[in-house]
Design a binder for this molecule. Structure first.
Ligand code: GBH
Length: 483
């Protein structure tokens, strides 16, 4: 079946539906109440997709790249599923022109990528590697030529191994090294890139990398050291915000991509909503809350007791350096209920029967993408938000006709986008949405066993096959509404 026929059969060439002529246009459509996501998104809404360097690039020994903690970790026996590594991944380092053509075909307005620190500074610090800078210049030039706005994350977990050898994030000097790298890189790319994110998901690389040891560098340092390095990570973010402002072109916007626990009221009543609001601050005390407020909450410090981090007033004021926007990675909900405890809320552990996607942690709670941006904007007065990641893993298979019918991913996206639209219609200032991910890619410790792409990748041949979800997303973008 050719592509055209496929789209006909799947009904994806249908226009706006039989009642389209009755709709008086976007302005009125936006004012319509959200009913299952039928109302449209604001004009100019920034539809995009996201990836990260180590998950897609491959070419780990090319262009003067130095090793990162993920090279070391993934090559250590027993650490990743099947011993999978990012050595080749999607070979995006070489195939990016082809992938940008797919992005254009989908109608993407933005593309979020990350820079591999060890391509720019192979040893983490010192002299920059021009070949690394040139790769990201070529990539961003190609995106701009395709009419796609690049959004750049400066750290998506691939710390140069040379810095891990000096203690990694436990070494306060690494925070300074990060700021130097961030300032240099933003300076080199800010004629092409207008939006930089310092870090992706502090919580994940801190807690999994140094707490549970399931991500690189694979350590279990204990509560006291964990709280201290968490503090240095927050400090590194703040120093990087300042360094980017010092080195990038005027008008460059700086933010973060954070996976706040998406606290969601169990029932939408005032008492449970209030519980979710309190939980947003407390559950994210050492990440989004400290970055926004420049202080640790009393309950956070009390909970840690003797394990609380040491910090100075000067560090706290650096940590809260103002950002221009906040990016949220929203996957699973954290359901919260009102409770008479000191905290004023309780987190509900998902029952065994709670539905999840192919990844066991990926519980399906579409309201999370309504509540998290709403609470973040209300609590901290954030005026520009992006969903920097949202997406789902599916047990994708190529069907006998050569296509991938990922109806579960479409279901997931349709429901989350409906809830996102609901928030935007109420005035939550979300400007854009990046779907994780464009391509199936290296899913960290899960290796290649969990696919998140809307484009299927055969990792043996690098052949790309757009899935049903790609056709869905293309329609969403084309019509600016959930389909
Ligand atoms: C994001 O993390 C990442 O930014 C991205 O790189 C990743 O590919 C994508 O999502 C999909 O996972 O196995 O029970 O220990 C999402 C947040 C935090 C979700 C860690 C998985 C591990 C749960 N991730 N979590 S467990």
């Amino acid at each position: 079946m050719d592509r055209r026929k496929f789209l006909q059969v799947t009904g994806l060439t249908l226009g706006a539906g039989p009642l389209a002529h009755l709709l008086p246009g976007d302005a009125v459509a936006q004012a319509m109440p959200a009913r299952g996501g039928t109302a449209s998104f604001p004009a100019g809404f920034l539809w995009g997709s996201a990836t990260a360097s180590y998950q897609v690039e491959g070419a780990v020994h090319e262009g003067g790249r130095g090793p990162s903690v993920w090279d070391t970790f993934s090559h250590t026996p027993g650490k990743t599923f099947h011993g999978d590594t990012g050595d080749v991944a999607d070979d995006f380092y070489h195939l990016y022109p082809k992938d940008i053509a797919s992005m254009k075909e989908l109608g993407l307005k933005t593309f979020r990528f990350s820079v591999a620190w060890s391509r720019i500074f192979p040893q983490g610090t010192g002299r920059p590697n021009q070949q690394g800078v040139d790769f990201y210049k070529r990539l961003t030039d190609a995106l701009l030529a395709a009419g796609i706005e690049p959004y750049c994350t400066l750290f998506h977990w691939d710390l140069p191994q040379a810095l891990q050898d000096r203690g990694g994030w436990e070494n306060r000097d690494v925070a300074k090294a990060f700021a130097d790298y961030a300032g240099f890189t933003a300076g080199a790319l800010s004629d092409r890139v207008k939006h930089f994110m310092t870090m992706n998901e502090m919580r994940t690389f801190v807690e999994l990398g140094y707490g549970q040891g399931t991500h690189a560098p694979g350590l279990k340092v204990g509560a006291k050291r964990l709280a201290q390095l968490n503090h240095y990570v927050a400090l590194a973010h703040g120093l990087a915000v300042q360094a980017i402002r010092a080195h990038a072109k005027a008008g460059t916007k700086v933010g973060i991509a954070d996976n706040v626990q998406a606290t969601t009221p169990a029932i939408e009543t005032p008492e449970h909503i209030e519980a979710a609001r309190k939980a947003m601050r407390e559950q994210n005390a050492s990440f989004m809350t400290v970055v926004q407020e420049g202080r640790y909450t009393d309950l956070y410090l009390k909970g840690l007791g003797a394990n609380a981090p040491k910090f100075t007033a000067e560090e706290m004021s650096i940590i809260k350096s103002p950002m221009d926007f906040v990016g949220l990675n929203i996957y699973q909900p954290t359901y919260v209920r009102a409770d008479g405890s000191e905290k004023g809320y309780a987190v509900i552990d998902p029952p065994m029967s709670f539905p999840h996607m192919y990844s066991p942690w990926l519980y399906v709670g579409p309201e999370a993408i309504y509540w998290a941006p709403k609470l973040v904007s209300e609590i901290w007065g954030v005026k520009e938000l992006y969903i920097t990641e949202n997406g789902a893993s599916s047990s994708d298979r190529i069907a006998p006709d050569g296509h991938v019918y990922d109806s579960d991913r479409v279901m997931y996206l349709r429901n989350y986008l409906g809830q996102l639209q609901r928030g935007i219609a109420e005035g939550v200032p979300v400007r854009g949405y990046s779907l994780w991910s464009l391509l199936d890619n290296y899913e960290w410790a899960d290796g290649y066993s969990k696919r998140f792409g809307i484009i299927y990748v055969d990792f043996a041949t690098q052949k790309r096959t757009p899935k049903l979800s790609a056709a869905f997303y293309k329609e969403v973008i084309r019509e600016n509404r959930v389909k």
